[in-house]
Structures are given as structure tokens and as C-alpha cells.
Design a protein around this ligand. Sequence first.
Ligand code: SF4
Length: 308
Amino acid sequence: MQRAYKYLFGPVPSRRLGRSLGVDLTPFKTCTLNCVFCQLGRTTHKTVARKEYVPVKNVKAELARWVKESGKADYITLSGSGEPTLHSRFGDVLSFIRERTPFSAVLLSNGTLFWISEVRKAACQAEIVKLSLSAWNQDSFDHINRPHAGLKFGQMMDGYRAFRDEFQGKLWIEVFLLWGMNSIPRDVEKIAKLTESIKPDAIHLNTAVRPPAEDFAVPVPRKQMEAMAGLFHPRAKIIAEYSSNKTAEIAANETTIMAMLRRRPCTARQIADVFGMHLNEVAKYLGKLTRTGAVHVQEKGHEAYYAR
Ligand code: SF4
């Protein structure tokens, strides 16, 4: 099956955003971080170099075509398989979504480049910006997010606070908690204090419910997550999808993936290629299917294969 779009994927059902059309502005795993919990595996191209990784002209053309073909979504989101703010013209894409489509523009970023004023200015074109914060100092940042050597935690926090002062839209902070790494109350309190200093509109708590880059990235059980949510001001909302979200579309996609895995074990990439889906989309379904025990993971060489 040929993929109809090169830079767009979905719309993907999202707990935070309803139906979200994704826009991917970087090659696979081109990121400033190499988070131990990354659902896309280890970062293969860790960089802080900002450039036009994919031609903005082509991305805009695909967006215009998708709108013309009566595409339906609740939001259009810059996300995908790397860090979108590494793209030197991501602000142009956000402006295009705002001005030339009827949908709201969302930016999902790890926030590491927000100390650069040009990045903050471009991000102001979004209606909603989600930034990540799972550490409380340079050591925990190095341990959990494994940043590019040029990135400093304190500088990143200054960037977050400066952005809050400049940004009129909705700012969300996502905190990713991992059992034994940043989940004891004393550490969560430090993250909560930093989060409060950024004055976000909402705080989202997530954990490793989908297969992570590293086996030692263990999810925090729901009960503990609920206790941690109360340490944040405003109170954090748990967005980790522990239980099933039964929309007809999800069920349909799960059934097709299951039918394929019944025939032979496949990697996430193989499933994505066969169905013309984005890897993020596939990871979402596989996460749920592995959690419920419907499929299991087999390691072969350096590859993870999913099987019935
Ligand atoms: S979780 Fe996001 S920020 Fe972290 S390595 Fe993966 S893509 Fe990059």
C-alpha cells in the first residue's frame, strides 16, 4: 500500500486532543534527547542543529491537499518521530495551520530549545504548546533524558519561564514518571515546584505504558500516579492510557494489526509500512495490545518483534 502523505499521519486518537492530525518535520529519531522511556526506541541522530530537515513547501502542499480532501480532525499537531523545534521553519508551518486551515495548531515539544528566543517566537504561533519536564536538576536530566552534550537543564528552565511570559495560548507541561527513577515523593515534589514556577494551564502525568527504549524504564502503577497528581498545582491529570479506549476506529486498527501478527511476527516499522501508518500510530496500538497481553514482544538481534 502506498502512503498517501509523506509528512502527515493520522488523524490519531489522542486522549488529550481527540482526533489529532500529526505533522512530522524531522527524519526518524532526530532529537535533542535520548529519553529512556521513548516509545520510538533509542535516538539514532542526537543533535541540536536546527535546519530545514524537510521542505516546508512540501509540508504546506500536503496540508492544503488534506484540507481540500475534506480531512477531519480536532487539531493539527507538530509531533512525530523527532523534536519538531529542530526544524528551523516550524513556526511557518504553525502559521500556515492557523491561517490556511480551519483547525487549531498544536506543538508537542521536549522544550530543550526554548532557551533560544527565535524558537520561543516561532512556538507562539501555536494555540496549544506542550512541553516536557521529568527531571529536577542536571543529574536527573542526564539520567532520564540523556540530552545532547550542549544542553543545560537550568538554561532550559529559564527558557520555559520566558516562554510563559511571552505566550498567550495554552501551555501544558507533561511530566513522565518512571518507577525508581523519578517517582519517590521527594523527587516528584521538586519537579512539582519547578512546574509551578512555569505557571502552566495544565499539568499531565504520563508513565511508560508503551514499550520504552530501555527495559529499566518501568511504569508507575496507577494508584501511585494518583497520589503523585496531588503534589502538583494545579492538580495534575493522568494521561497514561492504562485502560482501553474503545472507539470503533481503534478497535478496527487493532483487529487488522492482530490479523497480521497472527500470520507472522513483525516489527513496528514493518506494520507501519504495510498499513501506511506512522510509527507513532502503530506504537500506540502495540502499547495497548502488549499491555493487555494480546501480543508479546520477542527480541531478535537488535530488533523487537511483536507476535500473537
Ligand atoms: S521521548 Fe520525545 S524527546 Fe525523548 S527521545 Fe523520544 S522523541 Fe525525543
